[in-house]
Design a protein around this ligand. Structure first.
Ligand SMILES: *[C@@H]1O[C@H](CO)[C@@H](O)[C@H](O)[C@H]1NC(C)=O
Ligand SMILES: *[C@@H]1O[C@H](CO)[C@@H](O)[C@H](O)[C@H]1NC(C)=O
Ligand SMILES: *[C@@H]1O[C@H](CO)[C@@H](O)[C@H](O)[C@H]1NC(C)=O
Ligand SMILES: *[C@@H]1O[C@H](CO)[C@@H](O)[C@H](O)[C@H]1NC(C)=O
Length: 394
């Protein structure tokens, strides 16, 4: 008899508790755990001076034969990428690039782009990532803003011509055309001839501080000319901790067609892959008609997007093979509710969507961890209280 009473009391208590404890509390606890783990992982790297160049070398030792980068029909393992970075770093040294020098990079997305960024970080130089669509005065404005001592120009006649056109306006900048490796005097052929071995101690700066500038990334310039945002080594490492929020794992294969001169393509994809030790498929230019066949070819599991990209994908003619892929998550920002629903209806409900918003120049961001339409930026009462203390600590 008394057992029955106790049983009823417990049941009533449970119902009351379920009713009293709001659903958001569990989501908040999950979210807090993720924030703490991202912060801890970032702190550890910052404390140990692990710049992206060092993280790449660590991966090269840890997973030498694992593919870091797929690009068209080329593949680069972590070890091959690290060796290429040594070649590029030696070639930059031979041009006179050293610690604290400003180097500007004007190039389309390709493996060499990443190798130059890593090499610049390895040498403690500061690299300005110039929007490859800029020409004329916005181009020379950007180069002047980062006070470029050196300008590396990709192997493409459009880029070369655009630089020739503004040459008189940047008299203090040494212009280096990457050119083609068949040209004996080009930068690329210097790179090919350079040693892939680890740099000698005397060339490796030992005093790179995590608060030193790693790169300059330009905001899209919604108001007037583009503005350069200074990104320290610590900041780029911390931004790439977004991999924790999107639940990236070493087995993932990311796909990005976003330009490397912005935070999303460079940090939230290519540097995340170094951070977590997974692979990334790089595409020079987004193509809606090739996206799905690319994803099948490389067995992509995570797709990076900006809102419009998914809209273009959804406006492709439907195919019976639309659900035939291994994408488990799409992450990025700017997906409208109508596109969101269309996208998962058509390409499969197994695709989770992680929407977040953060500005390159900002110190905080919003994320939709619920994988449901319309939650980005929503806040529970508890998170509203806590967010101030977090804003102050990050
Ligand atoms: C450089 O550009 C030329 C002309 O577009 C092309 O034929 C060549 O393959 C390119 N070289 C490299 C290494 O990308
Ligand atoms: C080879 O490269 C140099 C500079 O890198 C350039 O001035 C020259 O025009 C190039 N030669 C050819 C044949 O493309
Ligand atoms: C990190 O670099 C700074 C600046 O060079 C140095 O003072 C500090 O001792 C380094 N910390 C570690 C753990 O190597
Ligand atoms: C690092 O050390 C070099 C010489 O060893 C020195 O010239 C340079 O100013 C130092 N840089 C920083 C940021 O401390």
């Amino acid at each position: 008899m008394s057992y029955l009473k106790i049983g009823i009391a417990v049941a009533i208590l449970l119902v009351l508790l379920k009713w009293l404890i709001p659903k958001w509390l569990f989501e908040d606890l999950r979210y807090l755990r993720i924030i703490m783990s991202a912060k801890k992982s970032g702190d550890l790297k910052v404390k140990n001076n692990l710049t992206f160049s060092k993280l790449l070398s660590i991966n090269a030792k840890k997973y030498p034969t694992k593919v870091y980068l797929y690009y068209e029909d080329e593949t680069y393992t972590f070890a091959q990428m690290d060796a290429l970075v040594n070649r590029v770093a030696r070639s930059l040294i031979s041009l006179g690039v050293g610690q604290g020098d400003q180097v500007a990079l004007y190039m389309y997305s390709e493996p060499m782009y990443l190798a130059i960024v890593f090499a610049s970080i390895r040498l403690g130089a500061e690299i300005g990532l110039i929007n490859s669509n800029l020409k004329k005065s916005p181009l020379s404005h950007s180069l002047k803003m980062v006070e470029a001592k050196f300008l590396l120009v990709g192997n493409d006649s459009n880029l070369e011509q655009a630089v020739e056109n503004i040459r008189p306006s940047i008299p203090d900048t040494k212009i280096i055309f990457c050119g083609d490796s068949t040209n004996e005097t080009s930068f690329l052929s210097t790179v090919e001839k350079a040693s892939p071995l680890k740099l000698e101690e005397k060339y490796l700066p030992t005093n790179i501080s995590m608060s030193d500038t790693a790169c300059y990334i330009f905001t899209s310039g919604t108001t007037g000319l583009p503005k350069a945002v200074t990104m320290s080594h610590a900041k780029v490492v911390r931004i790439s901790e977004v991999c924790v929020f999107v639940n990236m794992s070493p087995d993932d294969i990311l796909y990005t067609a976003l330009p490397l001169y912005h935070t999303a393509g460079l940090l939230a994809a290519c540097m995340c892959a170094v951070n977590i030790g997974c692979s990334v498929v790089l595409r020079r230019k987004f193509s809606a008609s090739n996206l799905l066949s690319d994803c099948r070819k490389y067995k992509v599991t995570m797709l990076q997007y900006i809102g419009e990209l998914i809209r273009y994908l959804c406006s492709q003619p439907p195919s019976p093979h639309d659900k035939d892929h291994s994408i488990r998550m799409a992450y990025g920002n700017g997906m409208r509710a109508d596109v969101w629903n269309k996208f998962i209806e058509r390409f499969g409900k197994k695709i989770k969507i992680r929407e977040f918003y953060a500005a390159t120049e900002g110190n905080c961001g919003f994320i939709n961890m619920f994988d449901e339409v319309g939650y980005v930026g929503t806040c529970s009462p508890l998170m509203k209280k806590l967010s101030w203390s977090f804003l102050c600590s990050i």
